[in-house]
Design a protein around this ligand. Structure first.
Ligand code: UDP
Length: 147
């Protein structure tokens, strides 16, 4: 395993991905995003569809509690089903963040037109999917979301 990691140039990691309520209800979009995950060489280790409570969304996005967009973000994230995914692969955290594209889907369409947020998101809130921003936050988010 170690040799394979060296040859590929990246550590095998796990990360947390979540398809948000703006896309999770649409099976064609869900399948499209899963195909992109597969195409990027990432493996879906675990998948769960659920609806998050406001409280769960507040905990998940606790680092943004003081931001003006927080109440609206919590309302959006608890407004319908989400799909929680555990992804694995070499450099999984960065690989999934790159595939996601910039936070704002309008910016993503400018800067990364083939990214998930460019193709399937709407704006800076309804941006199709989440991805952990580092190995430590991936651990926190995976343990929070897969109990
Ligand atoms: N968000 C928002 N308004 C903003 C910035 C962010 O509604 O001005 C939402 C958006 O859904 C984003 C999430 O809050 O994905 C978390 O924001 P963060 O800055 O952590 O961006 P991300 O890491 O998701 O790209």
């Amino acid at each position: 395993v170690a040799r394979v990691c060296v040859l590929r140039g990246g550590a095998t990691e796990r990360t947390f991905a979540m398809l948000k309520p703006d896309v999770a209800k649409d099976s064609a979009t869900v399948n499209g995003i899963k195909a992109m995950i597969d195409g990027a060489g990432l493996t879906i280790e675990r998948e769960e569809r659920c609806r998050l409570s406001r409280r769960q969304c507040e905990t998940f996005y606790a680092e943004h509690a003081e931001r003006s967009f927080f109440p609206d973000l919590v309302r959006f994230m608890s407004s319908g089903p989400v799909i929680k995914l555990e992804l694995s692969g070499s450099d999984a955290v960065k690989r999934w963040r790159t595939l996601l594209g910039p936070t704002n889907s309008a910016v993503a369409r400018e800067k990364a037109p083939k990214s998930v947020r460019a193709l399937f998101g709407t704006d800076q809130q309804r941006n199709a999917a989440h991805g952990s921003d580092g190995v430590e936050s991936a651990k926190r988010e995976l343990s929070l979301m897969f109990k």
